[in-house]
Design a protein around this ligand. Structure first.
Ligand SMILES: Nc1nc2c(c(=O)[nH]1)N[C@H]1C(S)=C(S)[C@@H](COP(=O)(O)OP(=O)(O)OC[C@H]3O[C@@H](n4cnc5c(=O)[nH]c(N)nc54)[C@H](O)[C@@H]3O)O[C@H]1N2
Ligand SMILES: Nc1nc2c(c(=O)[nH]1)N[C@H]1C(S)=C(S)[C@@H](COP(=O)(O)OP(=O)(O)OC[C@H]3O[C@@H](n4cnc5c(=O)[nH]c(N)nc54)[C@H](O)[C@@H]3O)O[C@H]1N2
Ligand code: SF4
Ligand SMILES: [Mo]
Length: 715
């Protein structure tokens, strides 16, 4: 129950002398938490959780609380700049917004004339609630190439869930799942996508059984009834093994299987190829534990799978997503109260409509980079980043001349960072919109100062699948910073696309809200809007798939020439697939896990957050450390076939001695040279992006599973 009352905040205002309080929604991560923002003398002084918000019930994380350290940081870019020295020289001059946008517009039009709209690539990284506007811009401009992290993050869950059951099934925490299987996810730290850690923790406090599938001992794993400590990258085999138990012990939901699935027989055949003896060998998980977990998950109702990005950063990306969904389906937990629900959005225009995907001409769509190779990705407007680097470096299949990154730091976050760097160095023209001069921005020609969540009006959680939308209200203005939405709306007019855009962006929000008969000025007075909640809709409507069934056997994948059933492929650089490499690089390396204070490359400037994570850390088992002569806190070198970096060792017995786990996204904003130490500890120097190591459907690269050696740094 919320103890928050009107008088609480009124008292707060009186005691501390704030001038005003604005309710809004944080977006220091994927966002959503309701906040009360207290303002004095035109500055944000305090941010508190909003107990009335259905997303976070008053809770906030470290990042949300520290927002102002970033917003008012002295290094923040508060006006547009143009580079005046060579790339990477760190020499910039201040320019006006008009000069900046006119230059960008002129370049875009010039490249479109000379090389086609496809030679201009727009890019973003993880979900920062500007995706829809970026796609709208690219589609209407005529470029099929929007570079995202969608090949190995979230995009695959959207693509595979749409082809399997019509939408992304979201855990119905409100209705108390009694069993939760956490798979490659650390929700209490990452609060990702449609989830926050709070309801998950509450469900456990209420007694839900817990299964955790993770090679590392996470906080959740330590609380689990069953912890399946698998070899990284073997998730598909493990899940197929669990399906095998559920099918052969007849623990599946017979009504659902008889009436609502497509392809039961071939599915049974496939899972029979994964007996537990084989699965144990592949995954390193004892068969009895796999059986125990399968029985627990299949027999307790309702049950849910809390899945994460680890399953997507592998060669089995799409199949991992699919097989976990099939587990939800055959156990009858899809669209069930307390299971996983295909929530309906409120009645507004959706991100697909706003993104104007239908307006990209067919001949342009056919030019999408990598479209012939990663066909499922391409169907969902997602491209594999290497295709862009190749198009810049080798001009194949055509030249890419211009990059425009709006909220991304690809030098740090895309695999094979050295290649990324070379491509960015070679690009004819590059614009970046960001809060800071990051290692990526340092290679740009023009950098635009972006607004943070406290500086914009927007419909928060517009892209999510939990059924809510929330008003994010502008509280302050910092320097000349502008939201990505306003900036692109302005730029659209300058490249002659004005007819599809608005005089100011508030009208775009009105357009999104129009079907609900609301305008932004109405919505911003509301707490939230929620779609109608209904369960088991498939009984009347079927599923939104070609067969109207839940597709165990995917007719869409079959048509695209892929295996219609999930399978396990051995990860490309593993002790088994690359024994020669393994001799020289004797450890399996996991790269990347979420840290409470950082959001990928962000927040290293914020003092209270940097205090939480001062240096890049690699976890290493004490036995392994002993063997390699490494002590707690030592700086060590981690080396793969692609290069080497330095991290500090943390001895951790919560992972197999054959595995080490390094953090990702490390750069050093405090280093004032323009590279900011981008190559020193950047784990993506070690990762591989060659096409044959990527998932054939989505183009995901295997950043969670590679081979490395590790040794003390010579001082
Ligand atoms: N090895 C390895 N690599 C990984 C991962 C991993 O686990 N391991 N994780 C991957 C995943 S899942 C993802 S999603 C990607 C993320 O990749 P990116 O999204 O590229 O992540 P960041 O490096 O944080 O880049 C975001 C940049 O945008 C800026 N920014 C933040 N908000 C805004 C905004 O609203 N507007 C503008 N204009 N700028 C903004 C930030 O200051 C920052 O510089 O990284 C991937 N890379
Ligand atoms: N604080 C913070 N929050 C974030 C982010 C951030 O950078 N910081 N990033 C956001 C983004 S873009 C994303 S995608 C989400 C991701 O959030 P999560 O899905 O929670 O991802 P991670 O914490 O990177 O990894 C989850 C777990 O996967 C395990 N793991 C590694 N390899 C494997 C494997 O092969 N199989 C299995 N089953 N598990 C494996 C790791 O040990 C780790 O505990 O978080 C979002 N939220
Ligand atoms: S979980 Fe995300 S939205 Fe919530 S307070 Fe933290 S950063 Fe903000
Ligand atoms: Mo992500």
């Amino acid at each position: 129950m919320s103890e928050f009352t009107y008088s609480n905040w009124a008292r707060e205002m009186e005691v501390y002398g704030y001038d005003s309080m604005v309710k809004s929604h944080c977006r220091m991560c994927h966002g959503g938490c309701g906040v009360l923002v207290y303002v004095k003398d035109g500055k944000v002084k305090k941010i508190a959780g909003d107990p009335d918000c259905p997303i976070n019930h008053g809770t906030l994380c470290t990042k949300g609380l520290a927002s102002t350290e970033l917003v008012y940081h002295p290094d923040r870019l508060t006006h547009p700049v143009r580079r005046i020295g060579p790339k990477g020289s760190g020499k910039w001059e201040r320019i006006t917004w008009d000069e900046a946008l006119d230059t960008i517009a002129e370049r875009m039009l010039r490249y479109r004339d000379l090389h086609g709209a496809e030679s201009v690539v727009l890019g973003y990284g993880t979900g920062r609630e500007n995706e829809a506007v970026i796609y709208r811009f690219a589609n209407l401009f005529g470029s099929p190439n929007v570079l995202t992290a969608g090949h190995f993050c979230y995009g695959p869950r959207i693509a595979t869930s749409i082809i399997t059951c019509g939408s992304n099934p979201i855990v119905d925490y409100e209705n108390h799942p009694k069993c939760i299987m956490v798979w490659g996810n650390n929700v209490v730290i990452s609060n990702p996508d449609c989830y926050k850690g709070e309801p998950f923790s509450l469900a456990l406090d209420e007694g839900a059984k817990l299964i955790v599938v993770d090679p590392r001992l996470t906080r959740a794993a330590a609380r689990a009834n069953v912890w399946l400590q698998l070899r990284p990258g073997t998730d598909a085999a493990l899940a197929l093994g669990m399906c095998n138990v559920i099918v052969n012990e007849e623990l599946y939901d017979k009504d659902f299987v008889e009436n609502f699935v497509h392809g039961w027989e071939p599915f049974v055949q496939r899972v029979n190829e994964y007996p537990l003896e084989r699965v144990e060998e592949i995954t390193w998980v004892p068969r009895d534990k796999i059986r125990e977990a399968a029985r627990l998950y299949a027999t307790i109702k309702p049950a849910a799978i809390q899945w994460g990005v680890a399953i997507e950063q592998q060669i089995n990306c799409a199949d991992n997503d699919r097989v976990l969904m099939l587990l939800m389906g055959i156990t009858g937990n899809i669209d069930r109260m307390g299971g996983q629900v295909l929530f309906r959005p409120p009645n507004i225009r959706n991100v697909g409509q706003f993104g104007a995907h239908g307006m990209l001409p067919r001949e342009q769509r056919d030019k999408r980079l990598g479209g012939d190779m990663f066909r499922l990705a391409s169907r969902f407007s997602i491209i594999n980043p290497k295709c862009v680097w190749d198009a810049i470096l080798e001009e194949k299949p055509y030249p890419v001349k211009m990059l425009f990154f709006i909220s991304s730091n690809p030098v740090m976050t895309r695999d094979n960072a050295k290649e990324v760097y070379r491509a960015l160095e070679k690009a004819d023209f590059m614009a970046v919109a960001d809060f800071f001069l990051t290692p990526t921005a340092e290679l740009a020609d023009i950098v635009l100062p972006a607004a943070t969540w406290l500086e914009m009006d927007y419909i928060a959680d517009f892209w999510k699948r939990h059924g809510y939308i929330l008003p994010r209200r502008k509280v302050i203005q910092v320097g000349e910073c502008r939201s990505d939405h306003e900036m692109l709306n302005d730029l659209a007019h300058r490249v002659g696309m004005g007819e599809h855009w608005w005089d100011d962006f508030e009208k775009a929000l009105d357009w999104i809200l129009e079907p609900a008969k609301l305008k932004w000025r109405d919505f911003k007075e509301m707490d939230f809007l929620r779609g109608e909640v209904a369960y088991e809709k498939y009984r009347e409507e079927g599923f939104s798939t070609p067969t109207r069934k839940f597709e165990l056997y995917s007719t869409v994948l079959e048509k695209m020439g892929y295996d219609p059933l999930p399978q396990y492929r051995e990860t490309p650089e593993s002790p088994y697939s690359a024994p020669e490499v393994y001799k020289e690089y004797p450890y399996i390396l996991i790269t990347g896990k979420r840290l409470p204070g950082f959001f990928h490359t962000e927040n290293r400037q914020a003092p209270s957050l940097r205090e939480l994570h001062r240096d890049p850390i690699v976890e290493i088992h004490p036995d392994t450390a002993g063997r390699e002569g490494i002590k707690q806190g030592d700086w060590v070198v981690i080396e793969s076939r692609r290069g080497r970096i330095r991290h500090r060792a943390m001895l951790f017995a919560g992972l197999d001695p054959r595995i080490v786990a390094a953090q990702h996204a490390w750069w050093f904003p405090e280093k004032k040279d323009p590279g900011h130490g981008w190559a020193e500890s950047n784990v993506n120097i070690l990762t591989d992006n060659s096409y044959e190591t990527c998932d054939p459907a989505m183009g995901a690269s295997s950043v969670r599973t590679l081979l490395c050696k590790i040794y003390p740094e010579k001082t």
